[in-house]
Design a protein around this ligand. Structure first.
Ligand code: NAD
Length: 258
């Protein structure tokens, strides 16, 4: 898919995706690459980045970086936009789960979760803005969660970070309208990705076992990639993906001992 860039030259559209080594980020990369987009992938997982790039017909530029590292953001976006000539979509997707009762959570884990899930997304928005502004019709796409809609018992910090991502999305869509940048959010609930292999806090079971054991259905990762495509091309501020979002209200029942 080609269209004119800021200088009126035809060039290939470009997407930069954090958390591109796995799960939802990888699926978004495959979806956009299928349409001929140029892909930049960022993640802390070098092997996963290479594996995603190998799945794409034209490969990808890969950046081993941590979304908490602001200098790394600048270096990666400088390099990617120098190569691609534009930045149509910045997918702020990297995130980690933190479950369990807040009263028992380690402070370093709380700080790490906020720094990656919320400050990392703010870093991408703050630093990415200048690059997105140069490409007409550009879009910032943030991955929130159904935990951005319901404050889930047992997922208090994760929910707080995702509420923050949702708020940032809505605020910036208004704030950046004058710059010609749209801001969109993904709101997935229980997607079949490696994230679900993380242990459920306070138990030996994985999140996947806890969720499916509670009778909740998982959605395929391709559904989120499709939602990302719709989000970038449509008018909706948020794209919801999942079969069980409304049942998150009852999250308290997954907590061990409740
Ligand atoms: P995943 O674990 O498969 O992928 C997350 C990726 O983020 C990994 O490759 C990981 O290495 C990377 N990452 C972690 N910390 C990073 C950091 N500091 N800097 C750069 N990269 C980092 O998980 P996923 O399910 O694909 O999750 C992607 C996003 O979707 C996350 O924000 C997650 O919170 C959100 N989400 C997932 C689900 C779900 O059910 N899987 C539901 C709602 C929201």
């Amino acid at each position: 898919m080609l269209r004119a860039n800021a200088k009126g030259e035809a060039s290939v559209q470009a997407i930069f995706i954090t958390g591109g080594a796995s799960g939802i980020g990888r699926a978004i990369a495959e979806r956009f690459a299928r349409e001929g987009w140029r892909v930049g992938l960022a993640d802390v997982d070098a092997a996963g980045l290479a594996a995603t790039a190998a799945l794409l017909p034209d490969g990808a530029e890969t950046y081993v970086m941590d979304v908490r590292d602001r200098d790394a953001w600048v270096a990666a976006l400088d390099d990617f936009t120098a190569k691609a000539g534009r930045l149509d979509v910045l997918a702020n997707n990297a995130g980690i789960p933190l479950g369990g009762p807040l009263a028992e959570a380690a402070f370093d884990e709380i700080d790490r979760t906020v720094a990656i899930n919320l400050t990392g997304v703010i870093n991408g928005a703050r630093i990415g803005h200048a690059y997105l502004k140069r490409t007409p019709g550009a879009c910032l796409l943030n991955t929130a969660s159904a935990s951005a809609i319901y404050g889930s018992a047992g997922l208090a910090i994760y929910s707080a970070t995702k509420f923050g991502v949702r708020a940032l999305t809505e605020a910036l869509d208004g704030e950046w309208a004058g710059d010609g940048i749209r801001v969109r959010g993904l709101v997935p609930a229980f997607i079949d990705t490696p994230l679900l292999a993380h242990p459920t806090a306070g138990s030996n079971r994985s999140i996947r076992e806890t969720v499916t054991g509670a009778g909740l259905e998982l959605s395929p990762v391709e559904d989120v990639a499709e939602a990302a495509w719709r989000a970038v091309h449509g008018d909706a501020l948020f794209e919801y993906v999942g079969k069980t979002a409304h049942r998150l209200r009852f999250a308290a029942r997954w907590m061990p001992g409740r």
